[in-house]
Design a protein around this ligand. Structure first.
Ligand code: DX5
Length: 203
């Protein structure tokens, strides 16, 4: 059974608080995990809430932090304090990926690399033995509510064929139909934002 991870993309503290409460009210704790998007208005053209804000609202969710930021290393120490359970940052971030991966793992936190729609799988290959998860982006990062890009399904199939020892997660524009296609393709988990009500209530 594919794992559903609700997403929180919030640009203000108020929005974060409301979205977190909404997920808890909607009994989404049954999914155990939540993915929180962090953006610096540099790597993506959007600015999110900071780790300090998240730390103000303790939750039972296990938190996966998706860093869409130019310098992920500057965010790790704050995220550790919350604590988050997993940190995913972009493979397109070329400065010192290996150091970043070990810096995160040295804090006892799981680590993953996200890969944008236009980025080839080959970029991730050198790091597969060191990461726990690959986050296949099926939209260009930075905003919720975008259209799913179907080439992500092919990417999942390609990863499956490589038998990499990592979890395959997909994020972006995923609705009920897409979820079924991704499950068939072999994805282990999906991050769902705007289509969560449809997935929860069928409408
Ligand atoms: C993109 C974000 C979104 C979000 C999911 O940077 O990562 O993909 O998590 O939002 P929806 O499901 O609305 O695309």
């Amino acid at each position: 059974m594919i794992k559903i991870i609700p997403a929180i993309l919030a640009t203000t503290e108020e929005e974060y608080k409301d979205k977190l409460l909404e997920l808890e009210k909607e009994n989404c704790l049954k999914f155990d995990w939540v993915q929180i998007d962090f953006m610096d208005n540099k790597f993506v053209q959007n600015q999110s809430i900071t780790p300090e804000i998240i730390a103000k609202y303790p939750t039972q969710f296990q938190i996966e932090a998706q860093l869409m930021v130019e310098y992920p290393e500057n965010w790790v120490d704050e995220l550790v304090k919350i604590p988050v359970r997993r940190i995913v940052f972009p493979v397109e971030d070329t400065s010192g990926l290996r150091e970043r991966i070990s810096h995160i793992k040295n804090h006892g936190i799981k680590v993953g690399l996200s890969i944008n729609p236009e980025t080839d799988l080959e970029t991730v290959e050198p790091y597969v033995g060191e990461i726990d998860i690959i986050l296949v982006m099926s939209v260009n990062p930075g905003f919720g509510g975008q259209q799913f890009q179907p080439q992500a399904i092919e990417k999942v199939k390609e990863i499956k064929q490589k038998n990499w020892p990592i979890t395959i997660e997909v994020d972006g524009g995923i609705n009920k139909d897409v979820l079924e296609s991704l499950e068939k393709a072999g994805a282990d988990s999906v991050v769902i934002g705007s289509h969560l009500p449809e997935i929860l209530h069928g409408h």
